[in-house]
Write a protein that binds this ligand. Structure first.
Ligand SMILES: Cc1cc2nc3c(=O)[nH]c(=O)nc-3n(C[C@H](O)[C@H](O)[C@H](O)COP(=O)(O)OP(=O)(O)OC[C@H]3O[C@@H](n4cnc5c(N)ncnc54)[C@H](O)[C@@H]3O)c2cc1C
Ligand code: HEM
Length: 406
């Protein structure tokens, strides 16, 4: 709870902080990196360059202030979970909150100038620390649940045991722990952070990849789409590195599995809807159900450019045999002769997914994963068809649950 005096000050200054939110967080990062260059390796440079990171931070702080002052309706529990899981996968510690807090308050002062009286500064500092304490507590719980001792690093070396080309520009990497220890369990839908050391002294970069294999398998698998730069933008840093530089026998640093979104929620009918590389949580879900609940009714709806771009397509006939109540509906923007082979197991349509044609049981749990516009469209369609909002879970492959989110 915000103190009464701070609540009044925050309510009065919220419009100006909201209006300058991204300017503030835009000043915050350079300030913090100048004072703490060691933190550069922790942050995603792609999200820095595209502005998504400053937007995500500004949206989080502003909407938390709205929540505290009773002026916003953002669903705070899920948002805190999302941030805490992401932070935990990066190994963020309580001590770094002091650094972030100091530079965020400094950036507020830089942007708003004289408007930041000592009273205003104290009120926003209170907002920051209430939010920080909630995140620190959640992250501490996640580290404990992951079996990490106090202060233990999240990073562990994994050896690449297999690299498989799954489709155009998509490869899977199978991984075993170098120390020979246990392979942690996970829930389909969870992801790991992968840290790579870039060539040419460019330092470390970290990205998240959903586990695409079966929980309980002796090794982990991630499936990575190589990101090609479009309209003059550079190629994706880490996905290109993984595709070009990582081979069998190499080691990668991985975090334990984190992620608040389950792709196998409930125990009744399940609808998995994915597009492009967003199919990785769904593949893990199908592999898991084939092993643990083969009778469960499942519909997989998947959208892709064409059959050649559709990763893990070869696994579908095997899964179809093992899951008697699995229905497969594929939408390819362009279909070709080869795709019709799938007619044995899957219904293949041309064009984009039509939410009206998705087979849905009234009591199904839904998991969506794909680009935001795709998820928005599907979610809108399912809501119109009466699927309760709380039954629809979704995974965003980037920051910004609060921005343009579904
Ligand atoms: C929870 C989660 C799960 C995920 N699971 C998967 C998965 O299973 N499989 C998978 O393939 N991916 C997954 N991702 C996405 C993955 O983490 C990476 O975001 C993805 O691989 C791209 O990373 P990159 O380093 O290759 O690209 P980046 O270097 O991060 O670039 C990303 C985009 O930003 C653009 N960009 C970069 N710099 C600039 C600039 N200066 N100007 C303009 N544009 C720029 C690039 O062109 C590119 O389009 C997941 C993400 C999350 C958050
Ligand atoms: C109250 C304080 C903080 C808030 C409100 C906050 C908010 C956020 C948000 C909203 C995201 C995006 C989550 C998503 O993927 O949707 C994020 C990611 C991240 N945060 Fe924080 N954060 C805070 C503190 C910290 C601290 C102390 C650090 C460590 C120095 C940190 C480092 C990161 C990193 C490295 C990412 C991933 C960046 C990326 O992938 O682009 N954060 N944070």
């Amino acid at each position: 709870m915000l103190s009464e005096s701070s609540a009044a000050v925050v309510t009065a200054t919220l419009p100006v902080v909201r209006a300058h939110g991204e300017e503030i967080t835009g000043r915050f990062y350079p300030r913090m990196f100048a004072a703490h260059p060691e933190l550069l390796n922790l942050f995603n440079r792609g999200n820095q360059a595209t502005g998504q990171q400053k937007a995500a931070l500004a949206a989080a702080v502003v909407s938390y202030a709205e929540h505290l002052t009773g002026t916003g309706d953002a669903p705070w529990g899920p948002i805190l979970d999302r941030i805490a899981h992401k932070h935990a996968s990066l190994g963020i510690t309580a001590t770094s909150y002091t650094i972030v807090g100091r530079h965020l308050m400094g950036a507020i002062g830089e942007v708003l100038g004289d408007a930041v009286t000592p009273e205003v500064a104290a009120a926003w500092d209170e907002v920051y620390w209430l939010l920080a304490c909630e995140l620190i507590a959640r992250e501490a719980r996640l580290y404990t649940e992951a079996g990490l001792a106090d202060g233990e690093s999240v990073w562990r070396d994994w050896r690449v045991t297999e690299v498989t080309t799954e489709a155009t520009d998509v490869r899977s990497f199978t991984l075993a722990p170098v120390d020979g220890g246990a392979v942690p369990d996970f829930v389909p839908g969870q992801y790991v952070s992968v840290a790579v050391d870039l060539d040419g002294g460019l330092g470390q970069q970290i990205r998240q990849y959903s586990l695409s294999g079966r929980p309980g398998a002796p090794q982990w698998r991630i499936t990575v789409k190589r990101v090609r730069g479009e309209d003059g933008a550079p190629d994706g840093t880490v996905s290109t590195f993984l595709h070009e530089r990582v081979a069998v026998g190499d080691t990668l640093r991985l975090s334990p599995p984190f992620g608040e979104v389950s792709a196998v929620a409930g125990d009744g009918p399940l609808l998995l809807v994915s597009a492009g590389i967003g199919l990785t949580p769904a593949m893990s879900a199908l592999e898991h159900l084939a092993e643990t609940a083969p009778e469960r009714p499942v519909v997989l709806v998947h959208a892709d450019r064409d059959g050649a771009a559709h990763a893990h397509r070869d696994a579908l006939p095997r899964l179809y045999d093992r899951l008697p109540n699995l229905r497969l509906k594929l939408w390819y923007e362009q279909t070709s002769d080869g795709d019709e082979l799938d007619a044995l197991t899957a219904e293949v349509s041309s064009g984009r997914v039509d939410p009206e044609l998705i087979p849905i049981s009234p009591d199904a749990h839904v998991h969506l994963c794909g680009p935001l516009p795709f998820m928005n469209q599907i979610r809108g369609g399912l809501l119109r068809r009466g699927v309760p909002v709380e039954r629809i879970a979704y995974e965003v492959f980037g920051p910004g649950m609060l921005r343009g989110g579904v």
